[in-house]
Design a protein around this ligand. Structure first.
Ligand code: GLU
Length: 310
């Protein structure tokens, strides 16, 4: 991987922020969650956390956004810490090649979701986190993990976003009951859904998210919340499954593990080099941030960071 100096990287990020604002198609914010549908799409932020503790940023990097499915990375880390490989009895580790909320595959594979990042797999992972506790206790664990990873206690759940998704989340509700019919939920479906909707509604800005990702980038001074083996495996899942059926394209263009969310955020890990958070709320056809994906591609080209490069 190429070395890039922080001043050069900062001026690249500043230019990137200016040039993305020339875009005439920002994509469309997630329209099935009313609280997200009304967010102006022409917004952009990027933050890059470096091993020496610096965070370089451009755009509206201090504006909180809904991390949505990016939260699934942190829930997975908590669950692997609690029950380890037992999780894989209930969820697979293969890309799905279908949309994030698909029910078709679940029916074909008898209630064992393909991976922990599609919604069905995330519901099972959240169910494992819940483990008979009250939703508030499970949520406190994942929020505690994120706050420690980011070194910032000022990270919260946006209750309006959680309620908004709960009211309109018919597909996730269907997935949860379908999983329950296959005995792959151990808690009442409504408790698992409640926990899932609130976990997805965690709000962070790109500086906070980039800092939280340092535990996956394995920086020397990052909080020791994960073993290096576990970080490696989570990164592998982010690479193969982190962008739903756009995962292959993201790997091809960016070459780094990434996890997107329908709030328009993406967490990208360059192991040992950087933890990157990018946000732009308009989505492409895969349900991933349109301008965020393009910015990640340009950052990877500029830095030469890629897990496929020597
Ligand atoms: N809360 C969203 C849902 O379940 C998360 C999807 C995503 O961010 O990709 O539909």
């Amino acid at each position: 991987m190429t070395r890039v100096s922080p001043p050069d990287l900062q001026s690249f990020l500043t230019d990137l922020d200016m040039s993305v604002h020339a875009a005439n198609d920002w994509g469309t914010p997630a329209n099935y969650i009313p609280e997200l549908a009304c967010i102006a799409p022409d917004q952009f932020a990027i933050s890059v956390a470096l091993p020496d503790g610096q965070v370089l940023s451009a755009g509206c990097h201090d504006q909180p956004f809904s991390i949505q499915s990016v939260s699934k990375v942190f829930t997975l880390a908590c669950v692997l810490g609690r029950i380890g490989d037992e999780l894989w009895d209930r969820v697979g580790r293969e890309p799905s090649g279908t949309s994030f909320d698909s029910i078709v595959l679940l029916e074909r594979e008898q209630g064992r979701p393909r991976n922990p990042f599609i919604n069905a797999g995330a519901l099972v992972t959240t169910d494992a986190l819940l483990d008979g506790r009250m939703p508030a206790d499970a949520l406190a664990e994942v929020l505690g993990f994120i706050r420690t990873a980011a070194g910032d206690t000022n990270i919260h759940i946006d209750g309006d976003v959680a309620t908004s998704e709960k009211v309109t989340g018919h597909r996730n509700t269907a997935l949860a009951y379908y999983l329950a019919s296959h005995k792959n939920l151990h808690n009442p479906p409504n408790s698992t859904l409640e926990t899932y909707f609130h976990q997805c509604a965690i709000a962070m800005n790109t500086d906070q998210l980039a800092r939280a990702g340092t535990v996956l980038a394995r920086f020397q001074n990052a909080p020791r919340l994960l073993s290096s083996e576990r970080a490696r495996r989570i990164n592998a899942l982010m690479m193969t499954c982190g962008h739903y059926d756009g995962s292959g394209d993201f790997a091809f263009r960016v070459g780094l593990p990434g996890k997107s969310g329908v709030g328009g955020g993406i967490l990208i890990i360059a192991p040992g080099k950087a933890s990157i958070a990018v946000w732009s709320p308009g989505l492409n056809n895969y349900g991933n941030s349109k301008v965020g994906t393009e910015a990640a591609h340009r950052l990877a080209q500029f830095t030469g960071w890629s897990v496929f490069a020597g």
